[in-house]
Design a protein around this ligand. Structure first.
Ligand code: HEM
Length: 570
């Protein structure tokens, strides 16, 4: 028997030429994609499509086209479909299932379908006028969590640990602790900037701007996640950054693999995630174990802890929330270190890309306009009025700085869309305005890029105009008291960077809008204020351009800046 088996095996091996191997791999991959195709939701024919159509050939062309053309497709759809916002859609045409011509649907405020990466279903891009319709569905019908889970392959990349507990904890605890966190964040920002940009007042230094932001943001952000000591631990920070890189890279790779192969491929691809998580765990474990012990003693009424209060950071909030909910399984260092992962991921790269974009926009603006000096005048004035220590009120008076950040997030967006939702209700959802039905498993998104560059919403939409949102706020502030009224005050206040709307989607919108944005506003203002106060930076000749792969931005990470410490500031 053994002889027969070994003879069959050797015959098989002999017949396995390279050509045959490539053929088998090709047929296997195509079959996997065909099986994938049958799992994907079917969208009504009445929905206009961009890209190369939905036939077999068109679908294959879309898979390749996705890498280079996704943004163009969405742009094209926005122009064709949404330019005439709020015009009444012609639902008779839709219910008859008639395919509209370009000329017809360009005049309608219509949803359209954009092709996606091979393993993902195509997405329905919902027009701006229907933002509220999309975002007001309960989570059990249209889910944010499930769309993030699929987009980032959470089950593999975050080891199947559900991300809702830390997200709910952030929603509950961050805002109420924000004011008390400001002095620590200010401290961390100045320490991190000094360490990154140096204190030499004589010589100009050439520095890679991306690396510089990576030297600042992880430390400053971690002040509110793991506290004063661990936020300076370079090994901990380095491995969280590496973990976030793993997630972005692996999501892209897995998007290109057929779904039925993912259970075999993903566990291998995410090995670096495991390694980088383990290294963060090793560093944070002593802190978490001590905190768990101290908070337990305090709760038990140990008199030694009467005067003791835990540091306010995410580790404390997770422990507090777990005690409040009676979730004992949360109360160990390994689990808490895994709970940190989704928040670190949501917080670090988003802020680094945003900070990087702000400086690129400011430094490449015409120096004759004096934007940097105008910002510095504002931050010096407000900091001086507070005696050198930032407060919530002083930060909220930085209208120009706020506007320069918001404007950069508008014009230099880092994703085509940041609001993705998945239909999870068995019966799907129906859009009554346009008359289409999206079955279970459909993906819907809002078009951030198109909205932020819409000339009907923003004058000169492609120009970086840092004080676009502050001019009105400053003008209102300067008015005599008798010309001010509460409604106008609210309107101008809503020009601030933390206000989300269907016109400004950088933090998304609705009840899942980024809970970290109030912190980010403080963090970025503190960083910019310290930087401008203490350093001179040479302008850039032009705005370096990013690259795009599908929906993923590759920022211009090799840009260098010339920087020197101002005299008399050390
Ligand atoms: C400039 C920096 C940031 C940007 C542009 C940003 C943007 C976003 C966006 C677009 C979402 C998705 C919301 C949705 O799906 O509708 C989000 C979610 C989230 N962000 Fe941020 N974020 C930033 C920084 C932060 C920071 C610093 C933290 C934490 C300290 C944070 C914590 C979160 C969390 C926990 C969620 C999940 C919210 C949920 O699903 O309910 N973010 N963020």
């Amino acid at each position: 028997m053994r002889a027969i088996t070994s003879s069959i095996s050797s015959q098989l091996l002999e017949s396995l030429t390279l050509g045959r191997f490539v053929c088998v791999a090709f047929v296997f991959t195509i079959t996997s994609f065909i099986i994938d195709f049958t799992w994907k939701p079917r969208y009504p024919k009445s929905l206009p499509r961009v890209g190369n159509g939905d036939g077999i050939l068109g679908t294959v062309r879309n898979w390749f086209g996705y890498i280079m053309h996704f943004n163009e497709w969405v742009d094209e759809g926005y122009e064709k479909v949404s330019t005439l916002a709020y015009s009444a859609p012609d639902t008779t045409l839709l219910t008859q299932g008639t395919r509209l011509t370009t000329a017809q649907y360009s005049k309608k405020n219509r949803a359209f379908v954009v092709p996606s990466a091979p393993s993902r279903p195509d997405e329905i891009v919902v027009p701006r006028s229907q933002t509220a319709w999309l975002l007001e569905f309960p989570d059990r019908i249209v889910s944010t969590k499930e769309s993030h889970r699929d987009l980032l392959y959470n089950d593999y990349q975050f080891f199947g640990v559900d991300d809702q507990f830390p997200i709910i904890t952030m929603h509950k605890h961050l805002a109420r602790n924000l004011v008390g966190l400001i002095p620590g964040v200010q401290d961390e920002a100045s320490g991190a900037i000094d360490a990154t940009f140096g204190t030499d007042t004589e010589n100009w230094r050439s520095l890679n701007l991306w690396e510089a932001w990576l030297g600042i943001v992880p430390r400053v952000t971690n002040r509110i996640l793991v506290g004063e000591v661990t936020c300076k631990n370079q090994e901990f920070l380095k491995n969280h950054v590496a973990f976030a890189d793993d997630v972005v890279r692996n999501s892209f790779i897995l998007n290109m693999f057929p779904k039925i192969l993912q259970p075999f491929v993903a566990p291998l691809i995410v090995l670096p995630n495991r390694w980088h998580w383990y290294k963060t765990y090793r560093e944070v474990r002593p802190l978490v174990e001590q905190r768990l012990h101290d908070m337990e003693r305090k709760l038990a009424g140990d008199p030694k802890y009467d005067e003791w209060e835990p540091e306010e950071d995410l580790v404390t909030w997770l422990i507090r929330q777990a005690h409040a909910d009676g979730r004992v399984e949360e109360l160990n260092a390994s689990m808490i270190s895994k709970r940190l992962l989704p928040v670190e991921f949501a917080a670090i790269h988003t802020t680094v890309i945003t900070g990087h974009g702000i400086l690129l926009d400011l430094l490449s603006a015409d120096p004759a306009k004096g934007y940097l000096d105008a910002l510095r005048e504002e931050t010096s004035r407000e900091l001086g009025a507070e005696g050198g220590c930032w407060s919530k009120n002083a930060l909220s008076r930085l209208h120009r700085t706020d506007s320069a950040i918001r404007e950069s997030m508008r014009v230099s967006h880092f994703a085509t869309g940041l609001t993705h939702r998945k239909v999870i209700a068995k019966e799907g959802i129906t859009n009554k305005v346009e008359g289409w039905h999206a079955p279970r498993g459909s993906y819907l998104m809002l078009d951030l890029a198109g909205t932020h560059h819409d000339a009907d919403l923003y004058e000169n939409p492609d120009v970086y105009d840092p004080f676009r949102f502050s001019r009105e706020r400053e003008e209102y502030k300067a008015r005599p008291q008798d010309q001010k009224d509460p409604a106008e005050a609210l309107r101008v206040q809503r020009l601030g960077m933390v206000t989300t709307s269907d016109e400004f989607l950088a933090f998304s919108h609705g009840r899942h809008a980024c809970p970290g944005r109030f912190f980010v506003a403080h963090e970025l203002k503190l960083i910019l204020a310290y930087l401008l106060e203490n350093y001179e930076i040479k302008p850039l000749a032009e705005r370096p351009k990013p690259l795009w792969i599908g929906q993923t931005i590759i920022p211009p990470i090799d840009v260098k800046i010339e920087i020197r410490r101002r005299k008399g500031t050390v």
